[in-house]
Ligand binder design. Structure first.
Ligand SMILES: [Zn+2]
Length: 431
């Protein structure tokens, strides 16, 4: 359980998060628990709970069930304790006046390595992120800040250093990586780098089956690890209870990764039907990061160059076909936008959700892709991704019904993470 404790100095320097003091629940040190992805839900806090009640909410709970109309959401400390029509009162009450509530969104593929990036993600409605690697364990450090209540979130699932054939500058992340500076190719080398990451406390291992899309001199279809190498990585991680996310644009690499036991395939741009069938069979999830390809193909954003523009135009229709086919086949497709949430980034989860609705998902399916389905793929579905009694109080308030206008998600007016009001943009008062 991650409680707001010592205030929000790091964030407060750059923003006014006015409602936080009213929902500050504890001055005692937060209860630290391991939140490895397979871990059970955190134990209840010993702190005296403040009760936050949201009145007059229309709730989409993330399960796919029909919306609950005009209900009260009761939050005790970091958890939802009830959602229903019974009269409720709390120490803090927010009348949200018929606005809509969805579970906090999940970004299953980020590269956040800064405090400012965490804040941008949170304010876009994202309450959980999975790292797709950071250069020097910044994700592990950010996770600690959230767990200790120094910043309000989002909850971070860290991946540490990319397990990749050539570490480049990331060799500097840990002195024990020095012997692997020039090659991470053999089973012994692959296992060693996985173990250094796990020793540093990562929740996931990130590796690649193919080259990158975002570097003009690489060909994203080209395979870099074969099935045996990928299996060495998966086996080393699995031996310590850690799952693996595998970057793969080209189909040969994606297929090898699925065969080797990847939990999620990242991008999957050129994925074939036979690979998708294998994913369906094995329950492997797909994080297509479609919004990032839009960013390649359009001016501005994280990527802005001629060659990448052409590449994006080529990749987009292939990725679109893959997403449509994957969803039709029943492969779990989840949201991730592959950004650091830097100042130029235009990639956001509500955009990914909107694109999913253009590629064959109903609005409800697309919301589930960002909430319950993503939580399931990340192994955290027992505590977030749906809004029910007992779950973490991770939620977003928006103005309108997203089932009627999916763009409503692009304008978060309140974001609550682990019961902390992290964003409150409209002037109805906390009473
Ligand atoms: Zn990435």
């Amino acid at each position: 359980m991650r409680r707001l404790t010592a205030g929000l100095t790091l964030f407060a320097a750059t923003t006014s998060l006015g409602a936080q003091t009213s929902t500050q629940t504890s001055t005692q040190t937060s209860t630290q628990t391991s939140t490895r992805t397979s871990a059970p839900a955190s134990p209840p806090s010993a702190a005296p709970a403040r009760r936050l009640v949201l009145l007059h909410a229309n709730v989409i709970d993330g399960t796919g069930a029909a919306p609950m109309r005009n209900v009260s959401i009761v939050i005790d400390g970091a958890r939802v304790t009830s959602i229903g029509t019974a009269a409720a009162s709390g120490t803090d009450t927010i009348d949200i006046g018929g606005r809509w509530v969805v579970p906090g969104l999940i970004d299953a593929h980020t590269h956040i390595a800064t405090l400012a990036g965490m804040k941008r993600a949170l304010e876009s409605g994202v309450t959980t992120v999975r790292s797709g690697n950071t250069p020097h364990y910044e994700d592990v450090g950010l996770r600690a800040l959230v767990r200790q209540g120094v910043i309000p979130g989002p909850e971070m699932l860290a991946a540490g250093v990319f397990v990749t054939p050539y570490l480049g500058e990331t060799v500097l992340a840990d002195p024990r990586l020095a012997p692997y500076a020039n090659a991470v190719l053999t089973p012994a080398q692959l296992t060693a780098v996985v173990n250094i990451n796990i020793d540093r406390g990562v929740d996931w291992i990130k590796t690649r089956a193919t080259e990158r899309a975002g570097l003009a001199d690489q060909d994203p279809r080209k395979q870099v690890y074969d099935e045996a190498q990928l299996r060495a990585i998966v086996d080393a991680a699995r031996a310590r209870g850690v799952s693996v996310l595998v970057h793969a644009h080209g189909d040969e690499g994606a297929y090898a990764a699925v065969k080797a036991g990847a939990r999620t395939i990242e991008h999957g741009t050129y994925v074939s039907d036979s690979t998708l069938r294998l994913m369906k069979e094995r329950g492997t999830c797909l994080t297509p990061t479609y919004t990032t390809l839009m960013d390649l193909a359009e001016p501005g954003g994280d990527y802005d160059s001629g060659p990448l523009h052409l590449r994006g135009l080529h990749m987009l229709p292939r990725a679109a076909a893959g997403i449509t086919a994957a969803h039709a086949l029943g492969v779990p497709v989840i949201t991730g936008v592959d950004t650091e949430y830097g100042p130029s980034s235009v990639s956001r989860i509500p955009l990914e959700i909107m694109y999913f609705t253009q590629l064959g998902m109903t609005p409800m399916d697309a919301i589930r892709a960002a909430t319950s389905v993503a939580a399931g793929c990340l192994g955290i579905g027992q505590r977030t991704g749906t809004l029910r009694a007992g779950m973490e109080a991770d939620l977003v308030v928006i103005e309108r019904n997203p089932l009627e206008d999916i763009r409503a998600l692009q304008d978060a007016v309140i974001v609550i993470t682990d019961g902390i009001v992290a964003l409150k943009r409209i002037p109805f008062g906390v009473r």
